[in-house]
Design a binder for this molecule. Structure first.
Ligand code: E4P
Length: 214
């Protein structure tokens, strides 16, 4: 499974990159606005930190505008993946950019049918938001299982990029459900290895070792 960082904070991306375990980055307009660095400058800096797919979202709403903006973003760096909303205009854009060999990430997916439509439009990645579904009392992880089944049934090659991950158990369930990529806030990434038995086990090993030496 690939691991992406869901962040536009350069310090977080840099720290995560140092582990050698990060395969890519996803950003969205809210994260970019929070980071406060001009968009293109930020993307280029992220591309220096991680050599993998970097999702950059369009901020326009019609297909002609999204196509123009998507092409401009894709030109910035070979690793840029153009992120598009799951709307008719977004999917028209997805088909057009895919036909030109530009990679896409279709975002704000909340149903299996939406995911099937994005795959038909040639999306490289589909981003189902599990946390936001859980927030409204629906089954976020059930959606991942459903999309996995749809894509396997029909042989779609679109990658399932599990998004809106809020905690480590979302990650555990994503792995079991057959997600292709998990994109994680830095805070959740840091928690991935935490287990009380790992901590107590290591403390015991060290103590026993010191006792033997003594
Ligand atoms: C993914 O591409 C999105 O940027 C992100 O995962 C959304 O997460 P949120 O629902 O916690 O804002």
């Amino acid at each position: 499974m690939k691991l992406f960082i869901d962040s536009a904070e350069l310090s977080e991306i840099e720290a995560a990159a140092k582990t050698g375990l990060i395969d890519g980055v996803t950003t969205n307009p809210s994260l970019v606005a929070k980071a406060g660095v001009p968009f293109e400058k930020l993307l280029l800096r992220i591309c220096e930190l991680i050599d993998g797919p970097i999702s950059a979202e369009v901020t326009t709403l019609t297909a002609p505008e999204m196509i123009a903006q998507g092409k401009q973003l894709a030109k910035l760096h070979k690793n840029i993946v153009v992120k598009l909303p799951l709307t008719w205009e977004g999917l028209k854009t997805c088909s057009a950019l895919s036909a030109e060999g530009i990679r896409t990430n279709v975002t704000l997916c909340f149903s299996e049918v939406q995911a099937m439509m994005a795959a038909k439009a040639g999306a490289t990645y589909i981003s189902p938001f599990v946390g936001r579904l859980d927030d409204i009392g629906q089954d976020g992880m059930g959606l991942i299982r459903g999309i996995r089944q749809v894509y396997d049934n029909y042989g779609y090659e679109t990658r399932i990029l599990v998004a809106s991950i809020r905690h480590v158990d979302h990650m555990r369930q994503s792995v079991l459900a057959g997600g292709d990529v998990g994109t994680l806030p830095y805070k959740v990434f840091q928690q991935l290895l935490s287990h009380p038995l790992t901590d107590s086990g290591l403390a015991r090993f060290m103590k026993d070792w010191e006792t033997m030496k003594g």
